[in-house]
Design a protein around this ligand. Structure first.
Ligand SMILES: *[C@@H]1O[C@H](CO)[C@@H](O)[C@H](O)[C@H]1NC(C)=O
Ligand SMILES: *[C@@H]1O[C@H](CO)[C@@H](O)[C@H](O)[C@H]1NC(C)=O
Ligand SMILES: *[C@@H]1O[C@H](CO)[C@@H](O)[C@H](O)[C@H]1NC(C)=O
Ligand SMILES: *[C@@H]1O[C@H](CO)[C@@H](O)[C@H](O)[C@H]1NC(C)=O
Ligand SMILES: *[C@@H]1O[C@H](CO)[C@@H](O)[C@H](O)[C@H]1NC(C)=O
Ligand SMILES: *[C@@H]1O[C@H](CO)[C@@H](O)[C@H](O)[C@H]1NC(C)=O
Ligand SMILES: *[C@@H]1O[C@H](CO)[C@@H](O)[C@H](O)[C@H]1NC(C)=O
Ligand SMILES: *[C@@H]1O[C@H](CO)[C@@H](O)[C@H](O)[C@H]1NC(C)=O
Ligand SMILES: *[C@@H]1O[C@H](CO)[C@@H](O)[C@H](O)[C@H]1NC(C)=O
Ligand SMILES: *[C@@H]1O[C@H](CO)[C@@H](O)[C@H](O)[C@H]1NC(C)=O
Ligand SMILES: *[C@@H]1O[C@H](CO)[C@@H](O)[C@H](O)[C@H]1NC(C)=O
Ligand SMILES: *[C@@H]1O[C@H](CO)[C@@H](O)[C@H](O)[C@H]1NC(C)=O
Ligand SMILES: [Cu+2]
Length: 659
C-alpha cells in the first residue's frame, strides 16, 4: 500500500502555511513537445499566471500539468517584523506568514517568497515545471540551479551563471523544463554565496505508486510534509566572510544547523539552560502502526558532514541522490552538501499513541569541533495544528548523543572492513530507466580516463599582497590565505556564458592547454599559481572514467563533488590513492550506485563512470560553497548537437569601447 496524501494532515499543513487550497489547473497533452516547451506554453496562454496547482496524488493515466511557480528573490530579515512576538516566546507568532524565525537570531538574509527553505516544488513525472524568477535584490545578479536534474535537451536551463546563462539582473527569467526523472532533488542559487544566505528549497518528482519499486511492501505514505531540508546558518551574511577576516577565530564557520529552516541556537554550549525551548523546532507528524517515506536533502554550505539519526527508529535507506537502491537498514547515516537520501521508518515499535521522539543531526569534522548539532521532533498521533511538541525522552546532545551500530558513509571508514560501516560503494542501484541506458558503462573499457587531483594553493602573505595582483582567495583566519584548485587550476568564470560559444577557444584552458602565464612558473607562491577557465572536452557518447584524488592533506574534510547534467556510477573509493587504483577497475560487483554528488574520503579518492550522452556545458565542482567560490571547479564541454536556446535568451559579456 502506498499513498501520497493524507487528507486531514495535509489540509492542516495548508492552513498553517497559508497556501491557496484550490489553484488553477493547466493540463498538457500526454505527448506534449518537450523539445520546445515554451511554444506549448504560449499556446496555453499562461504568461499572465503566477501560480498553478500541481500538488496531487500521481496517478496512472493522469495528464501532465503545467506547474508554474513565481519565485520573488529579496533581501529580507530572519526574525524581522513579520515575526512580531516570536522572540518573546509567543509560539504562534513564529508561524505567521512571512516570518522566518531560523535559529532565533536576527540577521539580514536573502529569501525566496519570504520563506526558509524557499517554496517547495512537488510535481508528478512528466509535468512541465515553469519557474518565473523575479529578482528584486538591488544591485545583485542571481540564478537558480535544479540540483540533480539531468536537464537532457535543456542545457540552457541549468542555472549556472556564466556557464549556461547570464545572471538574472533586477529583472525576471523564466525557467522551463520537464520533470523527466522521479526522485528527490532540490533547487538552489548558483550565484556567489547566495545559497548560504537562504536561497534553497526542495524539488520532489513523484510517479504513480504502482510504478514505485518498493511502495507496495516497504512504505504506506510518501507525503510532501515529510521532506527534510538540512542547512547551516551564519549570523551574518555569507559575503562578510568572503574572502574572510584574519581576526575572526575560528574563521569561516557556521553558527547553527537548520532543519527545514528551524533550529535552536546553542551558542557553543550543550547546556540545557542555554536552550530556549519555547522556540520552534521542525516537527514531523506520523501515526502508529504504519510506515513512512522521508526524503532528506542536504543543502549545507560549510565543510561538515551531518550524521542523521532518529531516536528508537531504524532507517531503511531506499534511494540515494534520487535513484532507488536495494534497501539497507541502518541506525545512522552521514550526508554531505548536495546529497539526498530517502529512507523509510516503521511506526509500529511504540505502544503509545501520544508519543514523540527526537531527530538528531550531528555535525562532524569542523562542526564537531564547534559543538554544532540540531534537533527536530518526530511526533505520533498529532497533526500540524499542534505546536511546540517537546518529547519527554532525553534530548540527544553532543555530550549525550544517540548510539549507533550500523552506519553509512561515516568518515574514516575503510571500505569493506566492517559490515557495520558501509561505504557508498556498498550500495546497489536497482534497474530503472537510467540504468538501462547506461548498463555497459561499468563493464566496458572506458573511452577516456581522467585523473583529477584537487587541493589548495597556499599563498605566502608577503608575496600575495604585492601591488597590482588580485588573485581569487579565501582567508581562513590569521594569515592563512589560499585558493582552491582542480588539476592545479583555480577555476574562474568567463565573462559570458560558455554555452554561447560554438567551439572551444583559447579563452579556455585545461591541463594540456595552459596559458603562457601559467607555464612561466616562478618560484614565488603567487607566481606558481594558475587561474583560468578550465574546460575539458568530452566526445559525445564516450564512456568516461574519472578519478578524483584529494591532495589537500586535510584529515577532517570530505569534499563533496557534484556533476551537472549527469548521474554517475561510483565504482571505487578508498582512503589511500595509488596509481594502480586508477587503472585497475573493471567493476567486479554488480550494479554500483548511481549518484550525482559524491564525497571524496579525506586524503583518499573516488572513481566514477558515466556515458557522455548529454551534450552541454556542465559544471563539476566541490559543493562546499567557499571552495566553489575560490575555484574548486571545472567545466565539461560534452560535444554533440544541442537544441537552440529559447527565442530571445538574454546575453551578456565584457564591454570595452576599445575593441
Ligand atoms: C488535530 O489534532 C487536534 C487534537 O490534537 C484535533 O482537535 C483536531 O481536530 C485535529 N485536526 C485535524 C485537521 O485533524
Ligand atoms: C496578458 O496580459 C497582457 C497585458 O495585460 C495582455 O495584453 C495579454 O492579452 C494577456 N494574455 C493572456 C493570455 O491573457
Ligand atoms: C553567545 O554567547 C556570548 C558569550 O556568552 C555572548 O556574548 C553572545 O551575545 C551570545 N550570542 C548570541 C547571539 O546570543
Ligand atoms: C533495528 O534493527 C535492529 C537490528 O536489525 C533490531 O535489533 C532493532 O530492534 C531495530 N530497532 C527498531 C526500533 O526497530
Ligand atoms: C513493524 O513492521 C515491520 C514492517 O512491516 C515488520 O518487519 C516488523 O516486524 C514490525 N515490528 C513490530 C514490533 O511489530
Ligand atoms: C509527556 O508526558 C506527559 C505526562 O505523562 C504527557 O501528558 C505528554 O503528552 C507527554 N508528551 C509527549 C510529547 O509525549
Ligand atoms: C550509548 O552508549 C554508552 C556507552 O556504551 C552508554 O553509556 C549510553 O547510555 C548509551 N546511550 C544511549 C542513549 O543509549
Ligand atoms: C577522522 O580522522 C581524523 C584524523 O584522524 C580525526 O581527526 C576525525 O575526528 C575522524 N573523524 C571522525 C568522524 O571520527
Ligand atoms: C575491462 O574489461 C574490458 C571488457 O571486459 C576489457 O577489454 C579490458 O581490458 C578491461 N580493462 C582492464 C583495465 O582490466
Ligand atoms: C600540481 O602542482 C604540484 C606542485 O606544484 C605538482 O607537484 C604536481 O605534479 C602538479 N600536478 C599536476 C596534475 O599537474
Ligand atoms: C626566487 O627567484 C628570485 C629571483 O627571481 C631569486 O632572487 C630567489 O633567490 C629565488 N628564490 C629561491 C628560493 O629560489
Ligand atoms: C593509508 O596510509 C596511511 C599512511 O600512509 C596508513 O597509516 C593507513 O593505514 C593507510 N590506510 C589504508 C586503508 O590503507
Ligand atoms: Cu571542497
Amino acid at each position: 500500500m502506498c499513498s501520497q496524501s493524507r487528507y486531514l494532515l495535509w489540509l492542516a499543513a495548508l492552513i498553517i502555511t497559508a497556501l491557496p487550497i484550490f489553484g488553477t489547473i493547466i493540463e498538457l497533452p500526454q505527448d506534449y513537445d518537450c523539445t520546445s516547451p515554451w511554444s506549448e506554453l504560449t499556446k496555453l496562454g499562461v504568461e499572465n499566471l503566477t501560480e498553478t496547482d500541481c500538488l496531487r496524488t500521481c496517478a496512472v493515466g493522469q495528464l501532465p500539468r503545467v506547474c508554474l511557480y513565481t519565485f520573488v528573490l529579496e533581501f529580507y530579515a530572519a526574525m524581522g517584523t513579520a515575526c512580531r512576538n516570536c522572540s518573546d516566546g509567543v509560539l504562534e507568532d513564529c508561524y505567521l506568514p512571512q516570518c522566518i524565525p531560523a535559529d532565533g537570531v536576527q540577521r539580514g538574509m536573502m529569501s525566496v517568497n519570504r520563506q526558509l527553505p524557499g517554496p517547495p516544488i512537488n510535481v508528478c513525472k512528466n509535468d512541465l515545471i515553469v519557474v518565473n524568477v523575479k529578482n528584486q535584490m538591488a544591485g545583485t545578479g542571481a540564478s537558480i540551479h535544479w540540483h540533480g536534474l539531468p536537464m537532457t535537451r535543456d542545457p540552457w536551463m541549468d542555472g549556472v551563471p556564466y556557464v549556461t546563462q547570464c545572471p538574472i539582473g533586477e529583472s525576471s527569467f523564466r525557467y522551463v523544463f520537464p520533470a523527466e526523472e522521479v526522485g528527490t532533488y532540490f533547487w538552489h542559487s548558483h550565484s556567489g554565496l547566495h545559497r548560504a544566505n537562504g536561497h534553497y528549497g526542495s524539488l520532489v518528482i513523484r510517479e504513480p505508486c504502482v510504478d514505485e519499486p518498493y511502495s507496495n511492501d516497504i512504505y504506506d505514505f510518501d507525503l510532501p510534509e515529510h521532506t527534510i531540508v538540512l542547512s547551516d546558518w551564519m549570523h551574518e551574511t555569507a559575503e562578510m566572510f568572503f574572502p574572510g577576516l584574519p581576526s575572526r577565530v575560528p574563521g569561516i564557520v557556521p553558527d547553527a544547523i537548520l532543519i527545514n529552516g528551524f533550529g535552536w541556537y546553542l551558542n557553543g554550549t550543550a547546556s540545557e539552560d542555554s536552550v530556549n525551548s519555547s522556540f520552534p523546532l521542525a516537527t514531523f507528524h506520523v501515526s502508529r502502526n504504519s510506515s513512512y517515506r522521508f526524503r532528506i536533502i542536504n543543502s549545507a554550505n560549510h565543510v561538515c558532514g551531518f550524521l542523521i539519526q532518529i531516536q528508537n527508529h531504524n532507517l531503511t535507506l531506499i534511494a540515494a541522490d534520487g535513484i532507488t537502491i536495494v534497501p539497507v537498514v541502518v541506525d545512522a547515516f552521514v550526508s554531505y552538501p548536495g546529497e539526498r537520501y530517502d529512507f523509510v521508518i516503521n511506526t509500529n515499535n511504540t505502544s503509545l499513541d501520544e508519543d514523540a521522539y527526537w531527530i538528531f543531526v550531528n555535525g562532524l569534522g569542523v562542526c564537531a569541533n564547534l559543538g554544532l548539532y540540531q534537533n527536530a521532533v518526530l511526533s505520533y498521533g498529532t497533526n500540524s495544528t499542534d505546536l511546540g511538541i517537546i518529547p519527554n525522552r532525553t534530548r540527544p546532545t553532543l555530550s549525550d548523543p544517540l548510539n549507533f551500530t550500523k552506519v553509512l558513509n561515516y568518515p574514516n571508514t575503510t571500505c569493506g572492513e566492517s559490515s557495520d560501516y558501509l561505504c557508498i560503494t556498498d550500495l546497489r542501484s536497482i534497474g530503472n530507466d537510467r540504468d538501462a541506458r547506461h548498463s555497459s558503462v561499468w563493464t566496458a573499457e572506458p573511452d577516456a580516463r581522467l585523473v583529477i587531483p584537487f587541493g589548495f594553493h597556499i599563498f605566502d602573505v608577503n608575496d600575495f599582497h604585492l601591488q597590482g595582483t588580485y588573485q581569487k582567495y579565501e582567508n581562513l583566519q590569521d594569515t592563512i590565505i589560499r585558493a582552491a584548485m582542480t588539476s592545479n587550476i583555480t577555476f574562474t568564470f568567463p565573462s559570458s556564458p560558455i554555452t554561447f560559444k560554438e567551439k572551444p577557444d583559447n579563452t579556455f584552458c585545461n591541463t594540456n592547454n595552459l596559458p603562457a602565464r601559467c607555464l612561466n612558473i616562478s618560484n614565488t607562491t603567487v607566481g606558481s599559481y594558475c587561474q583560468c577557465t578550465n574546460v575539458v572536452i568530452l566526445q559525445e557518447n564516450d564512456i568516461i572514467e574519472l578519478t578524483l584524488v584529494d591532495t589537500t592533506g586535510d584529515a577532517l574534510e570530505n569534499h563533496p563533488f557534484h556533476l551537472h547534467g549527469y548521474s554517475f556510477y561510483v565504482t571505487h573509493m578508498g582512503r589511500n590513492y595509488t596509481e594502480e587504483d586508477a587503472n585497475s577497475l573493471n567493476q567486479t560487483s554488480c550494479d554500483p550506485p548511481l549518484k550525482d554528488t559524491i564525497s571524496v574520503p579525506s586524503k583518499g579518492f573516488v572513481t566514477i563512470r558515466f556515458r557522455a550522452d548529454n551534450p552541454g556545458r556542465w559544471l563539476f565542482h566541490c559543493h562546499f560553497e567557499w571552495h566553489l567560490s575560490t575555484g574548486m571547479a571545472m567545466v565539461f564541454w560534452v560535444e554533440g548537437d544541442m537544441l537552440p536556446p529559447p527565442p530571445g535568451f538574454p546575453r551578456c559579456g565584457d564591454f570595452s569601447s576599445l575593441t
